[in-house]
Design a protein around this ligand. Structure first.
Ligand SMILES: NC(=O)c1ccc[n+]([C@@H]2O[C@H](COP(=O)([O-])OP(=O)(O)OC[C@H]3O[C@@H](n4cnc5c(N)ncnc54)[C@H](O)[C@@H]3O)[C@@H](O)[C@H]2O)c1
Length: 259
């Protein structure tokens, strides 16, 4: 291993880019990266949430800058990723995590706009992030990229065709990029979270409270995840502790897809 396996400083001197960093899993991952020594570029559509996430990191003495970004827009993504090199001189890791959920609709009722926006943000968004991150990471001598897929990237869910298709796409895109850049020193992997207690899930549970218990029962571990439990997997895949892991789709789901 080229770096210490200690959790406390394993990203010292390194720079990480996190999309969807204003909330939930992305916010938790940003905080954990900073706690372990990384400087951060946070990207999100949500200006207020993104600034508050960056400020919370800076309050601990770590360095973080927020860039308002729609990951579906190539120019915006290019600008956000370039911030890493402009502000911190390098880019080592990326956690491409921005995502959204839409109302359930079977395919024949799915509005075309919902389909397109879901694919644009969650699949094309990951493509655009990697497109600009890869040259920057190569210029820094290599690193790692983790893309956020989902259990919905491995199995289907009725009413969620756009989400399911985008997440299956993220896993395929991750595998192709891993094969393209693994020998050049960038390990690209994806994670497949089960249900985590984030805004995305809390919004749905607020509308249908009975869903909370139902969701817990769906996970063989008997509960849903805290955002940090998912973020830990993303950080592990960035760290040297996963130095031989390439192109994988790592389930972090309390046994959901093992059933
Ligand atoms: N929470 C879960 O149960 C769960 C399960 C499986 C996968 N995931 C995935 O985890 C990732 C993070 O989700 P979360 O649960 O933390 O949700 P969240 O809603 O808390 O966070 C998602 C963030 O992405 C941002 N975002 C949305 N569209 C964007 C865009 N176009 N450009 C930039 N930022 C944008 C939002 O503003 C928000 O800050 C998503 O990719 C989601 O699909 C979540």
């Amino acid at each position: 291993m080229s770096k210490s396996a200690s959790n406390t400083d394993e990203f010292e001197g390194r720079v990480a880019f996190v999309s969807g960093a204003a909330s939930g899993i992305g916010r938790a991952a940003s905080r954990l990266f900073a706690e372990r020594g990384a400087r951060l570029v946070l990207a999100d559509l949500d200006h207020e949430g993104g600034e508050s996430a960056a400020e919370a990191i800076r309050a601990t003495g770590a360095e973080a800058v927020f860039v308002e970004t729609d990951v579906a827009e190539g120019e915006a993504v290019a600008r956000a990723v370039a911030t890493a090199t402009e502000r911190f001189g390098r880019l080592d890791y990326a956690y491409n995590n921005a995502g959204l959920s839409g109302p359930p609709n079977f395919v024949s009722e799915m509005p075309e706009a919902q389909w397109r926006r879901t694919i644009d943000v969650m699949l094309t968004g990951v493509f655009l992030c990697m497109k600009y991150e890869i040259p920057a990471i190569l210029a820094s001598g290599g690193g790692a990229i983790v893309n956020c897929a989902s259990g919905a990237g491995l199995i289907g869910f009725p009413g969620q065709s756009a989400y399911v298709a985008s997440k299956h796409g993220v896993i395929g895109l991750t595998r192709a990029a891993a094969l393209e850049y693994g020998s050049q020193g960038i390990r690209v992997n994806s994670i497949c979270p089960g249900t985590a207690r984030t805004a995305m899930v809390e919004d749905v549970v607020r509308e249908t409270p009975a869903l909370q218990q139902e969701l817990e029962g769906l996970h063989p571990i008997g509960r849903i995840a805290e955002p940090e439990e998912i973020a830990e997997a993303a950080l592990w895949l960035c760290s040297e502790r996963s130095s031989f892991v390439l192109g994988t789709a790592l389930s972090v789901d309390g046994g959901y897809v093992a059933q």
